[in-house]
Design a protein around this ligand. Sequence first.
Ligand SMILES: [Cu+2]
Length: 387
Amino acid sequence: MKRLFSFLTGVSVLAGSAAYALPEQGHINMVPPASALAEEVHFFHDGILLPIITGICLLVLALLIFIMARFNSRANPTPSKNSHNTMLEVVWTGVPILILLVIALPSFELLFKEDVTPDGKQVVERGDGQTVDFVFPNDFPPSRMVARRDHLQVMLDTGAERRTLKYKTDYTVDGWGEPDLVVSLNEPAPVGASVILRGGRSTQNVAGCPMAKRYFDGCEKEVVLAPTMTLKVTGRQWNWSYGYPDYGDFEIFSNMLPEEEASEELYRFEVDNRVILPVGETIRVTTTASDVIHSWALPNFAVKIDAVPGRINETWIRAEQEGVYYGQCSEICGVNHAFMPIAVEFVSRPAFEAWIDGQRSLAGLDPMFETDSVKLAQADDAGAAAE
Ligand SMILES: [Cu+2]
């Protein structure tokens, strides 16, 4: 029943305690989305493609049944001699063209969002109890400048809570599309509160927006900030290596855990060294390969990108929640193709920095951050994480 329910709802909510979701025996829909972009990909499938294909199947079935009943030789002994009907032919050419347009337009938008790395920018100002005007430097290239209200997000963070302000009700803006954008709050920002101005053309629906809302009154939009780091993924026969060019360009190798070390559920998913990334931040992912074509895939993020020797492909990911997410090489690359899984763990910023420093010291580099070293959940407690 639970399975049926999760199928019907398009598995559109993140499973509570299980931070990741693996493919399940007998499960027929996609694994739950872990990012707002993956939710949009799932909405495209569950909300646009599925209704269309269901409608087409039912229509064709109904026509077949109607024709069999109405035009069989008993019911219709003397058949019509017509061979053309201009109106009918225009309709059966025109309607499929319209259906393809309905599919193509949102799919172009999705392809663009997946392909183009976000460039959103954030400015944080401090309130002093008097100032109402805050300036957002709109220094993007002309085609990417903040020019409309949905390119800008204004938030007020008092430390205790963060609130997204409403355009017109809470603030007005002067200078859309001009080099300096002036945001005027209707009330001065409280002393010590942070005024967060986030601007850019890379916008997406906020995570967790249910399908019904997407259809009927739309979801709240948010500006996606530019990447804070790059992850360099290299496919090899037969493992993955991950470089961190922003943090000293050290590289880690990720090999599948052998059967006797992995739990039954995680065998062929778990690796000895997981990729560690900070949660809630945009991460640029570049992929390449050292020998043959591989494909780096993370189903929870709706990411599948080829790793091709001699060239670099680029995409981006952002996780909404901490957790471990699994994928597998998705381009047949040789005998051990099935044995080069992908395991990505999203952790908090401090845990990420501690891990970076740990890896830097392994690589003989000085620490970059001054944090206490945090012992991270690595492959050895994977069994516990699966509970
Ligand atoms: Cu491969």
